[in-house]
Design a binder for this molecule. Sequence first.
Ligand code: SAH
Length: 248
Amino acid sequence: MAETASPAWTATVLTLYPEMFPGPLGTSLAGRALEAGTWAMDVHNIREHAHDRHRTVDDTPAGGGPGMVMRADVLAEAIDAVADGPGPLVYLTPRGVPLSQGLVREMAAGPGVRFVCGRFEGLDERLFATRPGLEVSLGDFVLSGGEMAALTVMDACVRLLPGVMGADASGDEESFENGLLEYPHYTRPQEFNGMEIPAVLTSGHHEKVRAWRLAEAERITRERRPDLWAAYVARTAGARDVRPELDH
Ligand code: SAH
């Protein structure tokens, strides 16, 4: 493949498990883009920055309690080693800002992201103070490590990079891009288990198709995500006044 003009979007990863990368991102859409040089992965083993005989990266929590905590000195050295790497420093942690499509877009628009993957009970708090970064969470649940979270963020970013998705526009109408969940999809066969594809979709009337899809996206969002729906209604109040029947 031809070299891309600008340097490829680069995911720098600090982890205790480098063998987990690229993992699933080595296949399919992301894998092909990785091979083509549209993006790059730069994986570092945190353990290489441990200097004692046993290459210790963790220790018992001050104050007692279960589990182990990742040492500030070891991790700080690992972070400093990639200080000049492209993009913001991102800590994956359940206490971070929830990942959103807006944040993904911001991260994808930059030169890359430097991910710090936690393990055990998490990181020594002094890291966040001395090596400031954006703390990002995948949601209100606990993973066993930051690696799957980093892979997930990367996947969401990579598919937005120019040329990765088949049609560049195909991201625009997706869930969350306009504050709504996506409308339902159908494809062949025309009839399945006694159900037909909605007639409007095969009518050839692009304007009617567009209106049907918007109405469906609104219905699904209203039914499933009152939080998104409230924000959407507030934002589109003026425009939606002409269609008051969709409000309930
Ligand atoms: N004791 C911590 C959980 C540690 S889980 C707590 O109660 O908050 C171990 C590591 O997995 C974390 O350091 C973090 O890097 C990662 N992790 C776990 N859940 C995550 C989530 N929801 N989002 C992002 N990273 C997460």
